[in-house]
Ligand binder design. Structure first.
Ligand code: ATP
Ligand code: MG
Length: 412
């Protein structure tokens, strides 16, 4: 029998892990991306040139492929926040996947929260903020304990916590500039532990092998922006709270109309109660599903997502953590400026407990003052006998890496 073909939307560095996993499963892999030099193309060996953010362009290219070269049996994405592109291809080619409606909700934070609120899923108070003046009125009414964000962006871009020092017009402008549609919304800022979840729903039943305590130690340093500095697994939260967070993320997936599919949750445990900040309808980026979940639990999350995309059976047993191995992720944020040298990579890579090291900074790059975790120079994943040991190992591995910068006039 000839091999089945799977389309992975995105040929980016993180998608490469999914390409390899699919190849290991005996599949033929296609990637789609507008950048023909993206690494996924050479690993997959075949692909479609179409922007991941262009649903109909990607679906056109996929249909063209099917006409000329042969069938595509499944479509998915890893690490790219493009559920609508995946759902559009699935609909056009008649492949398994979530509905266009669910994917559209996942790409619009306001519509998503309206749906959650209507379904009784706990979310922070929220409202659209159509203008800088509207933001000023809102602050007069509710005070500064607010977050403003673009309705449709990703990677924390333009997400800001307000304070009495905030220039409200400028903050609104930053959020609007990051929105594709120029729309801004505000939410109550919820204090409490922040958690990343990653779940698969099977006929409405949720399974959440991915559960990470997000590390926001840099919140004050890079305020008003939310710069996440990795995370710790397993969670330090008592199991009863972990279960409550998992059940809420899974219920949020169902409220979005997803009965079978995978969802990535940004959750907060506020006053002991789980809230949904956001639920993304795609496999996670930041090495969560590709690295952290398998290292922490032994669950082959990406393999399960590929099977779902092909309409194959995934069993609850496949999603059950086999173990809870301590894993810590940390990023390196050097002094902003132009990178003049990167050294110590080999020492860092061979340091105790290092499971993965990605050094993204190269001489000549300009590192800006971080406004989101994407502004990093390197990422390390470490294991240890305890989370505390894995954490110490991450710190010492990153300390071996030297990314020297010289000040550079920061662009606005
Ligand atoms: N209302 C809130 N209360 C507390 N923290 C918040 C709130 N809104 C956003 N945050 C923090 O900011 C992060 C980014 O916000 P959000 O998820 O809405 O934006 P995003 O662009 O989708 O970012 P990402 O892709 O990193 O998830 C959240 O994961 C959370 O840590
Ligand atoms: Mg988010």
């Amino acid at each position: 029998m000839s091999k089945k073909t799977v389309l992975i939307v995105s040929a980016g560095a993180e998608a490469v892990h999914a390409v390899r996993r699919a190849q290991d499963m005996g599949l033929q892999v296609l990637v789609s991306d507008r950048d023909s030099s993206a690494p996924g193309f050479s690993v997959a060996g075949d692909g479609l040139l179409a922007s991941t953010y262009d649903p109909s362009g990607t679906a056109d290219a996929a249909e063209d492929y099917v006409r000329k070269k042969g069938p595509i049996h499944g479509v998915l994405t890893v690490a790219a926040d493009v559920p609508l592109t995946v759902a559009t291809v699935a609909q056009r080619l008649g492949l398994p996947g979530i509905s266009i409606e669910s994917a559209s909700l996942a790409q619009d934070k306001l519509a998503m929260k309206e749906r959650f609120a209507a379904a009784g899923i706990p979310v922070p108070w929220f409202a659209p903020v159509p203008s800088p003046d509207a933001l000023k009125w809102l602050v007069d009414e509710r005070g500064f304990d607010l977050v403003i964000k673009p309705v449709d962006s990703r990677g924390s871009r333009g997400v800001q916590r307000l304070s009495p020092k905030t220039d409200l017009s400028a903050a609104w402008g930053i959020a609007a500039a990051h929105s594709l549609s120029g729309r801004v919304m505000a939410e109550a800022y919820l204090t409490g532990p922040q958690i990343s979840t990653e779940s698969i729903l099977l006929d409405g039943q949720g399974f959440t092998p991915g559960f990470s305590d997000r590390n926001y130690e840099l919140l004050d340093r890079y305020a008003p922006f939310f710069v996440e500095n990795g995370g710790d697994l397993p969670s330090h939260l008592p199991r009863i709270f972990q279960f409550a967070v998992m059940r809420t993320a899974e219920a949020a997936g169902r409220a979005m109309g997803i009965q079978t599919g995978n969802v990535k949750g940004d959750m907060v445990l506020h006053d002991g109660k789980p809230y949904v900040i956001e639920l993304a309808a795609r496999a996670s980026g930041g090495y969560f599903c590709t690295h952290e979940i398998p290292l922490n639990t032994g669950v082959d999350f990406v393999g399960c997502v590929i099977k779902l995309a092909l309409g194959e059976t995934v069993t609850p047993d496949e999603l059950k953590p086999r173990f809870q191995r301590p894993i810590v992720q940390r990023y390196l944020f050097p002094e902003p400026g132009r990178v003049i040298s990167v050294s110590g990579e080999d020492d860092a890579r061979t340091a105790p407990g290092v499971e993965e090291l990605i050094v993204s900074a190269k001489p000549g790059d300009v590192l800006r003052t971080p406004q989101h975790a994407g502004c990093t120079a390197a990422m390390v994943l470490t294991s240890g006998a305890t989370v505390a040991e894995a954490r110490a190992r991450a710190a010492s591995a990153l300390a071996k890496l030297s990314v020297r910068t010289v000040p550079e006039q920061e662009a606005a």
